[in-house]
Design a binder for this molecule. Sequence first.
Ligand code: SF4
Length: 434
Amino acid sequence: MNSAESSALERVLRERGWEAAPQGNTADLVLLSTCSVRQTAETRLFGRLAQYQALKKNLHREGKKPFTLVVSGCMASRLGEKLKEDFSAVDYVVDTASRSILPRILDALETGGTCTAPEEGAAFSFSSFHLEEGAFRSFLPIMHGCNNFCSYCIVPYVRGREVSRDPASIAEEIALLARRGVREITLLGQNVNSYRWENLDFSGLLRRIAGYLEGTSIERVRFLSANPRNFSPETAAVMAEHPCFCRHLHLPVQHGSNRVLGAMNRRYTRESYLALTEELRRAMANISFSTDILVGFPGETEEELEETLDLMAQVKFLHAYMYHFNPREGTAAFSLPRRIPEALKRERLGRVIALQKQHTVELLQARLGSTERILIEGISRKNAEELIGRTERDEMVVIPRGNVQAGTFVEAVLVSLRGNTFRGRLLCPGGSLD
Ligand code: SF4
């Protein structure tokens, strides 16, 4: 979500003729687009703010014009004007609902004027276009905020209640992306299955999107994140019916114990989660799953951890984002008793990670020899002679560079594995399928 919002902010700047400065001390504007979902992201931002504060002081001392420092995003929503109190170098704090003030800040910078703070309580509005310059894949936010209040999560407090995006605006962005030759879109929301616009629910939106894509360059659609609590059978049916929906689903389970899921306020059970993955596999035999797993929640027992390991063994996730509980002030879980000691949390997390690594390797090895359609994303960071791409199941594949261009689809046989990345042999050597 943060990445989509950052791309939209960058677009506003570029459309007004702004260009990236090589470094902060030569910039007229420093815009920090922040996320506060994890404590580590916040801690990193405080470090960056301290650096910019020192840089600004130096520029003042040298008699040079300092840059304007703007903080936007979740942290701006959470900490508001306190950021200015703690870091005097911050000129503007723009929360997620007030991003429309950015053009006014730019007006002020371009004319040497000043900009007044936005009114409090402004409603969230979606940016119209989120494509990163030159990319073939794009995020496309369809909703914002969350009503779920999982007991460990700060998102509902910093992003506010759920707001769905007008389907007409979604259709317009899709048309724009198709005109730019985009090949894959990822629909974004904290909980996409809660999407609702009048009588249109998420499955209805997916059906419409499948229709919009016909005859366009966009062949693949993913979505993030789907909450297991309200994933409807209709959504599974629409996915199965339309091949544009990738056979991969990120379905955050968080834990395998019903007691812990209850304490997390997740509002589903391990049984309903397992039934959902089975139903999805029945509808789409080749679907892969990824997930989030939160270890060391207050009061977690050894047996409850074992339940998580058991659930992982039953589902076999292709990959997982695994982390341990870190109390966030302001959330319900912050004051829960029976916190797990740090060393034990780390030890348990290590066991979860080890099991996941084993599953990832098993699943990937079972795919060797299969032929896959791969969307080429660009040059491999590890070897400039290779291109890297992705299967619809969210597996990474490198192929020899040849004459293939980024943004094209190729067919390749998965011949070997290097870490978690396949090496592929092109079926149509040197060429793409488009
Ligand atoms: S569903 Fe739960 S974990 Fe996800 S954003 Fe909402 S409150 Fe946070």
